[in-house]
Design a protein around this ligand. Sequence first.
Ligand code: KG4
Ligand code: ZN
Length: 413
Amino acid sequence: MRESPQCGETSAQAIGTGLILGIESSCDETAAAVVRVGSEALSNVVASQMSLHANYGGVVPELASREHLRNIVPVVREAMSRASAAAGHPITFADLDAVAVTAGPGLAGALLVGITYAKALTFGLDKPLISVNHLEGHIHAVLMETRQLNELPMELPLLALVVSGGHTHLYLATHEQGGETNWTYRNVGRTVDDAAGEAYDKVAKLLGLGYPGGPWIDALAPHGNPRAVPFTFGEIKHRAPREGVTNKKAPTNTEGPHFDFSFSGIKTAVLRYVETHNMRDSIEARRAVLAADPTLTPKSEAVIKLCDQQTLDLIASFQYAVVGNLQRQTFAAAEALGARSIVVSGGVAANSELRRRLQAEADRRNLPIAFPSLALSTDNAAMIAAAAWPKLLARDFASEDLGATPQLRLGRQ
Ligand code: KG4
Ligand code: ZN
């Protein structure tokens, strides 16, 4: 629902303090943050459920919803109190210009907790509610930080690689000249099966490492030979859908060239390698040691010793291939679509090899590239409040019947 400014009233006049409370509960993190004018995070509180789901090797939706219910009130309270401390004076709900919440994509029950809470809050306060797409939030995490660092705005159109446990998407993004309102997005690539982070998580689990798998593989890969196992990625064929068969992830009705991904093949290739090289016993031994000692982290020295050279080589080769694939598709899209800058975001953007290789290629091509800080790579609410800022300026508010949209898409396909 878009509400136009009153006659003679500019968008800038329509805002007061510029403070937005962001709320995020789409997956396994309950998060709240207060952000001023889309660029200054006064607080950013994240209650992670990682240890809860680690026992199951993945997110259990029912447990996630229950945990969000438990966490939402204390997390919002903490975000408000930290914002007050950062501002040096009390900030109350009355000082907010709006509340922004993730409406999708994500787990239905998990999203509903944040949406219901945000709706109740805005109803009680008589403040506007802003609905944010989680993927748009990931992109704005980086834009907010470049603004914070007083760096020049990213040149448009920008290509955004959003790469996480649930998503691997490429978007071409731009906005109206003369103000940062009315961002538009075109989806120019996506995974047709597993997300890149999902592949990291599944391969780590297969090799007896911890959850989530990304940080374990990231920490161990430098100790192996990335060329030991030559994994390859085949071309992704676009087949017309068969009658009666739907594939929600497969692109449909797309316009222009597409740069898609597929990560389920490499996961199967790792499984086959493990089976043909009799690695099962050493994997189970490692799994048992890690289960018995929860103090071991991906960076613990002892963890390297739990892996023989063959395992380290396999890990390094897996990461080398996945990063290479993300790199190739991203730069092919940037070139074909005339992108003038690149933004990388989402949990996998924390990966050190991905950062290093994408930065090096961007430098070679003279293309500006930006990554979020580690805290803003994974799910958080500061990114939701930041993405809501242009919507507040445009008075693009959600209606009272806002609901959860688990398969919410961003922009044109
Ligand atoms: O964005 P995020 O917190 O949640 C989703 O929206 O999915 O991303 C979580 C994903 C997990 O799959 C995790 O394994 C991956 O990000 N991840 C990493 C690293 N840190 C987190 N993947 C590779 N390298 C990392 N350092
Ligand atoms: Zn995410």
